[in-house]
Write a protein that binds this ligand. Structure first.
Ligand SMILES: *[C@@H]1O[C@H](CO)[C@@H](O)[C@H](O)[C@H]1NC(C)=O
Ligand SMILES: *[C@@H]1O[C@H](CO)[C@@H](O)[C@H](O)[C@H]1NC(C)=O
Ligand SMILES: [Zn+2]
Length: 386
C-alpha cells in the first residue's frame, strides 16, 4: 500500500475535480480496507470533507451566495470569449457517471480566449442538480437556489496539464450557469440528455457524438459575477477563477426531470441533490461585469468616464460572442443622477459659503473680533480643499 498509492490517488483526484477519488472497489480493498485514507466522500458527509481534505476548511471556498447589492461593478471585466466550442459529430466525447455527477470530457482545443487574464483550455463539464421540486444549484444569488447548475472546467494554458494547473493560483477557470425551467425543449441540452440513460449506473461511461457545446451556456456572456474560490468537491483546492453568468439557461420541465432522475450512484440509489452549500466569503470581494439596477452599486475602482461603456466596439470578436452588444450599454441610472444633483447642490453651497466668508472677512477687517477670526480660519481651510 503506502505512500505511492496515496500519491497516485491524490494525483487522479486532482486531475479532474469530479472524476477523481474513485477507485475500483476490488483494487481499493486490496490496499485499503474501508476506513480513514479511503478517499471516499459524498454529499451526506460534507461537514467531514475537511478531515481528509484540509483545504475544504479553507477561507476561499466555493460555492458562495452572491449578494448582488454587495457585488462591486468592475468596468474592466471583458465579455467571455470562447474558441473551438463548436464541435462536430465527427468527434466523440466521453460521457461518464462518476457517482458524484455526470461528466462530459472536453478536448483542450476548446478554449476561453477572452475575458480572463490568461487563456484557459477546457477539460470537462458537469452538472449539479436537485430533485423534483427541490432546487440543486451550488451557487445561490441573494439566497435563491436555482434548479441546477452547469460547470465548464478549464485550466490555465500556461500549465502543461490539468493536474499541474489545479494546484496553482489562477490555475483553473470555471464557467458556471444556472439552469432554470422554461417552456420549450433546449435543443443543445438534448444532445446530452438523450445519452444520460447510457450512464445510469455509477462508473458507467459512453462515447457520444460532439455538438456545439457553446449552446449549453447562456447567450449573454458579458454579464457575469467573478470571484476567487475553490473546487466545490474534495480536495477543494482554492485555485479557481469563477465566472457565474447572470443569464440563466432554460430547460423544459421534461428535460429537467431527466437530469434529476436518471443518474444513480450505485445499485438502486439515485443521485440527487449533489451540491455543496454556500461557503463563507471571509472578506472576499465578488465583482460584477455589469451595473446593477438602481441603488446598490459599489464601484470596484475609480469610476470610468461615461464613454468607457462602449469601447467593446474596438474588440470585434465580442460582437459575435455576445450577439446583443450595444443593447445593454449602461445608461445614467438613478444613482448617477443623484450623484450629479448632490454635486451641484454641494457646489452651490460652497459658493454661498465662500461669498458669506468674503463678506465676513471685510467685517473682520473693520472690527478685530476674535470670533470672526475663527470663521475666517475655517474658510481658508475650506478654500484649500477645493
Ligand atoms: C483573484 O486573485 C488574484 C491573485 O491574488 C487577484 O489578482 C484578483 O484580483 C482576484 N480576483 C478577484 C475577483 O478578487
Ligand atoms: C442578475 O442580475 C440582476 C441584477 O443584479 C439580479 O437581480 C439577478 O438576481 C441576477 N440573476 C442571476 C441569475 O445572477
Ligand atoms: Zn461542479
Amino acid at each position: 500500500m503506502g505512500l505511492r498509492r496515496v500519491l497516485l490517488l491524490l494525483l487522479s483526484c486532482v486531475l479532474q475535480p469530479h472524476v477523481h477519488c474513485q477507485v475500483t472497489p476490488g483494487e481499493d480493498q486490496k490496499d485499503h480496507p474501508a476506513g480513514p485514507g479511503h478517499h471516499h466522500w459524498g454529499y451526506t458527509d460534507v461537514l467531514d470533507w475537511d478531515k481528509e481534505f484540509p483545504e475544504c476548511g479553507g477561507r476561499a471556498q466555493s460555492p458562495i451566495n452572491v449578494i448582488t447589492l454587495d457585488a462591486a461593478f468592475d468596468p474592466h471585466l471583458r465579455p467571455i470569449q470562447l474558441s473551438g466550442y463548436n464541435l462536430t459529430s465527427a468527434e466523440t466525447l466521453k460521457l461518464e457517471n462518476n457517482k458524484h455527477t455526470v461528466v462530459l470530457k472536453l478536448p483542450d482545443t476548446m478554449k476561453i480566449v477572452g475575458g480572463l487574464p490568461q487563456i484557459y483550455q477546457a477539460a470537462q463539464l458537469h452538472f449539479h442538480w436537485g430533485s423534483a421540486g427541490a432546487p440543486g444549484s451550488e451557487h445561490t444569488v441573494n439566497g435563491r437556489r436555482f434548479p441546477g447548475e452547469i460547470h465548464v472546467v478549464h485550466y490555465n494554458s500556461e500549465y502543461r496539464s490539468m493536474d499541474r494547473a489545479v494546484t496553482q493560483q489562477g490555475g483553473l477557470a470555471v464557467l458556471a450557469a444556472f439552469i432554470e425551467e422554461g417552456a420549450e425543449d433546449n435543443e443543445a441540452y438534448e444532445h446530452l440528455l438523450t445519452h444520460l440513460e447510457e450512464v445510469t449506473d455509477g462508473g458507467q461511461s459512453a462515447e457520444i457524438p460532439g455538438f456545439d457545446i457553446r449552446g449549453l451556456l447562456p447567450q449573454q456572456m458579458d454579464r457575469f459575477f467573478r470571484y476567487n474560490g475553490s473546487l466545490t468537491t474534495p480536495p477543494c483546492l482554492q485555485t479557481v477563477n469563477w465566472t457565474i453568468f447572470n443569464q440563466t439557461v432554460l430547460l423544459s420541465a421534461k428535460q429537467l426531470a431527466i437530469l434529476e432522475d436518471t443518474i444513480h450512484h450505485d445499485h438502486d440509489h439515485i443521485l440527487q441533490m449533489n451540491f455543496r452549500d454556500p461557503q463563507p466569503l471571509h472578506g472576499r470581494v465578488v465583482l460584477s461585469s455589469f451595473r446593477a439596477p438602481v441603488g446598490g452599486r459599489k464601484a470596484a475602482g475609480p469610476a470610468p468616464p461615461p464613454s468607457v461603456s462602449t469601447p467593446e466596439s474596438d474588440d470585434p470578436s465580442s460582437h459575435s460572442e455576445t450577439g446583443s452588444h450595444g443593447q445593454d450599454d449602461p445608461q445614467l441610472g438613478t444613482g448617477d443622477m443623484l450623484a450629479i444633483i448632490f454635486g451641484i447642490l454641494f457646489a452651490v453651497t460652497a459658493v454661498a459659503f465662500f461669498v458669506y466668508v468674503r463678506k465676513n472677512r471685510r467685517r473682520t477687517q473693520r472690527s478685530s473680533d476674535s470670533k470672526s477670526n475663527v470663521i475666517y480660519k475655517a474658510a481658508t481651510a475650506e478654500e484649500n480643499m477645493a
